[in-house]
Write a protein that binds this ligand. Structure first.
Ligand code: PXG
Length: 467
C-alpha cells in the first residue's frame, strides 16, 4: 500500500503489528490490542485516526515544550533542508547553524561555554561517560573511572545510558550495567508508598549522604563523577527535598568529583528556569540535554561542558576520539535555534516560573484533597499524584495499594478513554504539559484529571481494592 493512501485505523494497526517493533513494548501484547494511531496535533492537543481529540499532558514524551504546530520551527527546517540538508563536523569543517547554536547555548547556560552535539539524550550520556573518563586521564588521574548514579534513574537506552540508568528491568536484559557504574538509592521520601520517618528536608540530607558513603566505600580517588536528573522524570516525577542537591554538590566538591546533571527532561524551561539545576540550586560541571532543545520537532541532543572540564580537554586533551555522524546536524541545529528563539520571544521560562507553574501548583494542592491522592507535588510544569488506598486523615497514615492491583494502569486506562494523556509510573500519575499551556487549559486538564481520579476510585471500590 502507498504510504500516502488514507487507511482505516484497523489497516494501520494491522501493518503496525506486522512490521513495527515499538520501544519498551510487549510486542505480542500490543498486537492483540492494536496501537492508538496519532495522526495530527496542534498546540496541546492530538487527534487520533478515529478523529478523537486528546489533551497531551505529557508534551509527547516530555519534549514538545513550545507545543505543536509552531510554524517558525517548520520554516527553519524547510529553509535549512533546501540550503544544506547535511554536512558533518568531523574533518575540520562546521556549518553555520551548528556554530550559531553552540554560541546561543553558551548564552542560555552561563558557565557552559562549550557544547558537544549528539543525536539524542542517550548518546549525550554515552558522551558523558567517555568525556568524564577522558577528563581524568588528561588530569593525570586515570584511575578515577567509577560513575555513581541512582536506582530508578533514567538516562537512556544505549549500553552506557541504560547502565547509568537504574531501571531494574533494563539491567535484567542484555548484560547490563557495563563495568564501572554503581547506583545509590534515589531521594524518594515516599519509598515503597510510605514516608520516611523524617521531615522531607532531613530526608534530603540523609539521601545525599548515601553518595558520600558510597564514595568512601569505593575510595574517592577511584570516582570520576556523580550523575542525576535534577528531578527524576521517567522514574515518576520524583522531586527531591530542597536540601538534597546543595548537599550533593558539597559532597562532590569535597571529594573533587565531577557533578553531572542530566537535563534531558528538565532543560529548556520545564522547571521554571532554563535548567533544572538552577531550580534545584546547584551548579553542575556537565549537563546532558535533548528533547526540549528542539521541542522534539527533530532529534538533537548533546552535552554542555562547563569551563573547568572544557579547559582541560582543550588545553591538555589532544584528540578526543568520539563523535556521531549527526553531531551538529545543520537541520536539527536550525530547528533548535528557532525553538530557543521562540521560547525567549514567548517568555516561556518566566511564564512557567511566575504564572502557569504556580497556577498548576495551586490546582495540585486541591487535588491533594481527593480521596485517592496521598500526595500531590509539582515543580514548574512537572506534576505527580501518588495514589493511595483508604486515605487516612493524615495521608502519611494511608496504605499503598497492593502491587498486584496496578492502580496506575487502571487510572491511565480511564485517562485514555476520557481524552487525556497522563502517564502512570507505578502508583504515581505524572504530567509534563507543553509550556505554552494557558490557565484556561490548565483548568480543563485538571478537570479531566479529577474526572479520571473519580472513575478510578469508583472502580477501586467496585473491585474491592479500596473501601
Ligand atoms: N536522560 C533522561 C533524563 C531522559 O528522560 C534520556 C536521557 C534519553 O534520551 P533519548 O533521547 O535517547 O531517549 C531520557 C529519555 C518515559 C520515557 O517513559 C522517558 C524518556 C524516554 C522514553 C520514555 O518517561 N526519557
Amino acid at each position: 500500500m502507498q504510504s500516502t493512501t488514507p487507511r482505516t485505523t484497523q489497516q494501520w494497526q494491522a501493518a503496525d503489528s506486522a512490521h513495527f517493533l515499538h520501544p519498551f513494548t510487549d510486542f505480542k501484547g500490543l498486537a492483540r490490542k492494536g496501537s492508538r494511531i496519532i495522526e495530527r496535533a496542534d498546540n496541546i492537543y492530538l487527534w487520533d485516526s478515529d478523529g478523537a481529540k486528546i489533551l497531551d499532558a505529557m508534551s509527547g514524551l516530555w519534549c514538545v515544550n513550545v507545543g505543536y504546530g509552531q510554524q517558525a520551527l517548520v520554516d527553519a527546517a524547510a529553509k535549512q533542508m533546501q540550503q544544506l540538508p547535511f554536512y558533518n563536523a568531523f574533518f575540520q569543517t562546521a556549518t553555520p547553524p551548528a556554530i550559531a547554536l553552540a554560541e546561543l547555548l553558551a548564552d542560555v547556560a552561563p558557565g557552559f561555554g562549550h557544547v558537544f552535539f549528539s543525536g539524542s539524550g542517550s548518546e549525550g550520556n554515552d558522551t558523558i561517560v567517555r568525556m568524564v573518563r577522558r577528563y581524568w586521564d588528561v588530569m593525570g588521574q586515570p584511575e578515577r573511572t567509577v560513575i555513581i548514579s541512582r536506582h530508578n534513574a533514567y538516562h537512556g537506552s544505549t549500553m552506557a545510558g541504560a547502565s547509568l540508568g537504574g531501571m531494574a528491568g533494563m539491567h535484567a536484559q542484555g548484560g547490563l550495567p557495563i563495568p564501572g557504574i554503581t547506583h545509590i538509592e534515589q531521594p524518594y521520601w515516599w519509598d515503597h508508598g510510605r514516608p520516611a520517618g523524617l521531615t522531607r528536608d532531613e530526608f534530603g540530607l540523609k539521601a545525599a549522604r548515601w553518595l558520600e558513603d558510597r564514595i568512601l566505600e569505593i575510595g574517592a580517588d577511584k570516582v570520576a563523577a556523580f550523575i542525576g536528573e535534577p528531578v527524576q522524570g521517567a522514574g515518576g516525577v520524583i522531586i527531591p527535598p530542597a536540601t538534597y542537591w546543595p548537599e550533593i554538590e558539597r559532597i562532590c566538591r569535597k571529594h573533587g568529583i565531577l557533578l553531572v546533571a542530566d537535563e534531558v527532561i528538565t532543560g529548556f524551561g520545564r522547571t521554571g528556569r532554563w535548567f533544572g539545576s538552577e531550580t534545584m540550586g546547584f551548579k553542575p560541571d556537565l549537563m546532558t540535554f535533548a528533547k526540549g532543545v528542539t521541542s522534539g520537532y527533530i532529534p538533537l541532543g548533546g552535552v554542555l561542558v562547563g569551563d573547568r572540564v572544557a579547559e582541560a580537554l582543550i588545553e591538555r586533551g589532544g584528540e578526543f576520539n568520539h563523535g556521531y555522524t549527526y553531531s551538529g546536524h545543520p537541520v536539527a541545529c536550525a530547528v533548535a535555534l528557532a525553538n530557543i528563539g521562540l521560547i525567549r520571544e514567548l517568555g516561556l521560562v518566566e511564564r512557567v516560573h511566575d504564572d502557569v507553574g504556580p497556577y498548576l501548583a495551586a490546582h495540585y494542592r486541591e487535588l491533594a484533597q481527593h480521596p485517592l491522592v496521598g500526595d500531590a507535588e509539582t515543580c514548574g510544569l512537572m506534576g505527580a499524584l501518588l495514589l493511595v488506598k483508604d486515605k487516612a486523615a493524615d495521608p502519611r497514615d494511608s496504605q499503598p495499594f497492593a502491587e498486584s492491583v496496578e492502580i496506575g494502569m487502571a487510572c491511565r486506562a480511564h485517562c485514555f478513554r476520557e481524552g487525556l494523556i497522563m502517564r502512570a509510573v507505578g502508583d504515581r500519575m505524572i504530567i509534563a504539559p507543553p509550556l505554552v499551556i494557558t490557565r484556561a487549559q490548565i483548568d480543563e486538564m485538571v478537570a479531566l484529571i479529577r474526572r479520571c481520579l473519580d472513575l478510578t476510585l469508583a472502580q477501586a471500590r467496585r473491585e474491592g481494592w479500596a473501601r
